[in-house]
Design a protein around this ligand. Structure first.
Ligand SMILES: [Zn+2]
Length: 292
């Protein structure tokens, strides 16, 4: 069975990025998996601390593993934004493929110290787990914001990226390159798009020498995605776009069947709308042209 490390290497070789989609329930997981399966591309399922506490750490691990085993499929599980070592150890024991150990809100030295400790501790539990570290400000909350915070302030520099990777031993880096978690109302309406600092991505990838993750991908301009992947982004996180599709289609399915109480009669259109969003994003991430 392919490992996440192999899948990342192969994605980089073909100038593609692996899509990472957060799930909170079986509807979202089905939508993500069926879209990936249709396109025959690897996919990462993400579960943040909130999503894991709702679904159960071992329960989401078992669900993803069951899809991987039954369909012999490269579907991977990531513990998104994990803020404590105890939480990271729990997912390592549950067999997650990767963990985003996020102490980026701390002063730099403390972020370095705790991330280095996490790398050592987690690999002792689960040697093939990949640890992602984070520096810079990429906002918080994959939800709809009245206004997006200004991304200009906490952008990562190539030198910061190089030092952080060397000092911590992380496998993957999440830099701040212009994207922010969540979407503004105008982004949800399709009236505005998020833009990325492509030159910064290329310089960080060269300096850091590890795969890079783009967090907060929802609402990003398609052409910026293509260029960012060609410049060195290997994983793209999408969450808010799925949540918007989930809620809208759930509301319309309920409204269309006011007397229906059978969940499996109400929920298939919601799976379908999530699948459509995931499929269009995966097509974009996997057809990006490489300049590397
Ligand atoms: Zn994120």
């Amino acid at each position: 069975m392919q490992t996440l490390r192999d899948a990342l290497r192969q994605a980089e070789q073909r100038g593609a990025a692996i899509g990472h989609f957060n799930v909170s329930d079986l509807v979202l997981l089905k939508g993500v998996f069926t879209a990936a399966q249709e396109l025959k591309v690897p996919v990462i399922v993400g579960a943040s601390e909130g999503e894991r506490s709702f679904m159960g750490v071992r329960q989401i691990a078992a669900l993803v593993k069951s899809l991987r085993d039954e369909f012999d499929y490269p579907i991977f599980l990531n513990a998104d934004h994990t803020h404590s070592l105890a939480g990271a150890e729990e997912v390592a024991r549950a067999g997650f493929d990767s963990v985003v150990f996020d102490r980026s809100a701390l002063p730099r030295e403390e972020n370095v110290r705790q991330t280095r400790e996490a790398v050592t501790t987690l690999k002792a539990i689960h040697p093939s787990i990949l640890v992602e570290g984070e520096i810079g400000d990429i906002g918080s909350g994959s939800e709809i914001h009245d206004a997006m915070p200004e991304p200009g302030k906490g952008l990562t520099t190539p030198e910061e990226a190089r030092q952080f990777v060397e000092e911590t031993g992380i496998d993957i880096l999440a830099p701040a390159v212009g994207s922010m978690h969540g979407m503004s109302r105008s982004m949800v309406q399709g009236e505005s798009k998020q833009h990325l600092d492509i030159e910064r991505i290329a310089a960080i990838r060269k300096a850091a020498r590890v795969p890079l993750t783009l967090h907060g991908g929802s609402g990003t301009d398609d052409d910026d995605f293509r260029k960012a992947i060609a410049a060195g982004i290997s994983i793209v996180h999408i969450n808010t776009e799925l949540r918007v599709a989930w809620r809208r289609s759930l509301e319309s399915s309920l409204a269309g069947k006011p007397d229906q109480v059978v969940p499996y009669q109400i929920l298939p259109p919601v799976v379908e709308s999530v699948r459509e969003v995931v499929k269009s994003r995966l097509q974009l991430f996997n057809n990006a042209q490489s300049s590397r």
